[in-house]
Design a protein around this ligand. Structure first.
Ligand code: LRH
Ligand code: MN
Length: 388
């Protein structure tokens, strides 16, 4: 697809979901550096996320995280989102902060603890009914720290049973996204450590269970685009949690640490036709802005995904196919690198102008005065964070 008009149409239709928690304070075990103007409640988080959509035009939904985003009336929060020009998206469960979950949640040896965890997941589905959300995203911190600490197989049995109970509760248009992660906070075994484990559980559960690929959750050197290509071929890729990292689950801005990897991943998405909403892939950010201003960081992140997507759409697929056919290794790689080395920023700036947006979202946001406004308005109250 090297027809620029067609590429513009696809880019205009791109939709990137923002994580509510990226607008709250976050940090590491060493320190959480509070920032001025940070939201105090989910309404203010949604308002900040709406700024990103206002200046990029491609971030119309916001993911919620429960209980961090619990409100008395989720329908009213959905109305607030609509007033701000966005929608509520994926509902994320949280079974990694309650004291009862020290030895696990859905994999815990104690059935009472598992019941408590499953009840939380079922409550998240109730919230989806109120917000109109399609997806329930499940990430479990469950695992062990020492060999022999628990029965690895037994924990899989408990996990499967818990997931099946929640899967049964899903409504006709609702889905379950099972996110995997190699390690942390567990440092010996994690119960959903890799794409294969998530994929296997999803196959057992049914069509409405899909894998969530968080780009920060792999062993160093993992070929993530292979996992993406494989899961797309199986129609079991449900979502991305985009971020980037130099070492572990650093949750840095997507594309910041490895823009070439993001390009390779988006190429597999384009190659599979998975930018089309009918493919059912939810493109989400999952990031923490520990030291940088949060709204500009989200704007930059959305732009990084747009740039990687535009480059992926520019790959001359016919020339690539011909080079593959001819076994022309260097020729094929050159076709790929030509697209990657193309400066797509002018094309995206022009696209924004055609959408009636400022060609430079970062400058437009800075000039909007919104950053100063929220610092003035948001005095007092409890700033939002991970509440750990
Ligand atoms: C776990 C994770 C998960 C979220 C959390 C905020 O590391 O990626 O997706 O629940 O971050
Ligand atoms: Mn994630």
């Amino acid at each position: 697809m090297t027809d620029i008009t067609e590429i513009r149409t696809v880019l205009r239709g791109q939709s990137i979901e923002l994580p509510s928690w990226a607008f709250g304070n976050s940090g590491t075990r060493f320190k959480v550096f509070a920032q001025t103007g940070v939201p105090r409640d989910p309404y203010e988080k949604v308002s900040d996320a709406a700024q990103v959509h206002r200046f990029t035009g491609v971030a119309p939904t916001v993911s919620l995280h429960i209980p961090w985003d619990r409100v008395s009336d989720f329908t009213d929060l959905a109305r607030h989102a609509a007033d701000e020009g966005v929608r509520l998206g994926v509902v994320n469960s949280n079974t990694f902060q309650d004291p009862d979950y020290m030895l696990g949640s859905v994999c815990h040896p104690d059935p009472a603890v598992r019941r408590k965890a499953v009840d939380h997941l079922l409550e998240c589905v109730d919230i989806m009914d109120a917000t109109g959300s399609r997806d329930l995203k499940l990430w479990f911190a469950d695992g062990t720290n020492y060999p022999g600490q628990d029965d690895i197989r037994g924990r899989q049995d408990r996990l499967a049973e818990s997931l099946a109970t929640v899967y049964e509760r899903l409504g006709p248009n609702q889905r379950m996204l099972l996110e995997y992660k190699l390690f942390e906070p567990a440092f010996y075994s994690t119960d959903v450590p890799d794409w294969g484990t998530s994929y296997a559980h999803c196959l057992k559960l049914g069509e409405s269970a899909r894998v969530c690929v968080d780009t920060g959750h792999h062993a160093p050197g993992t070929n993530i685009e292979f996992i993406v290509a494989f899961l797309l071929r199986e129609q079991r890729l449900g979502a991305f949690d985009f971020n980037s990292r130099f070492y572990a689950d650093d949750d840095l801005m997507v594309g910041a640490a490895d823009p070439f990897q993001l390009f390779r991943i988006m190429y597999e998405v384009v190659r599979a036709g998975a930018l089309d909403p009918s493919a059912g892939v939810n493109f989400m950010l999952d990031q923490c802005h520990n030291i940088e201003p949060k709204i500009p960081a989200q704007i930059r992140s959305v732009m990084n995904v747009q740039e990687a997507t535009a480059k992926a759409l520019l790959v001359d697929r016919d020339a690539l196919a011909a080079a593959h056919q001819d076994g022309d290794v260097l020729g094929a790689n050159a076709v790929f690198m030509d697209a990657y080395n193309t400066d797509v920023r002018p094309m995206l700036a022009e696209l924004r102008e055609q959408q009636g947006l400022d060609p430079d979202p970062m400058t437009a946001y800075r000039k909007s005065g919104y950053a100063e406004k929220i610092v003035d308005e948001r005095k007092g109250g409890q700033q939002a964070g991970w509440g750990a």
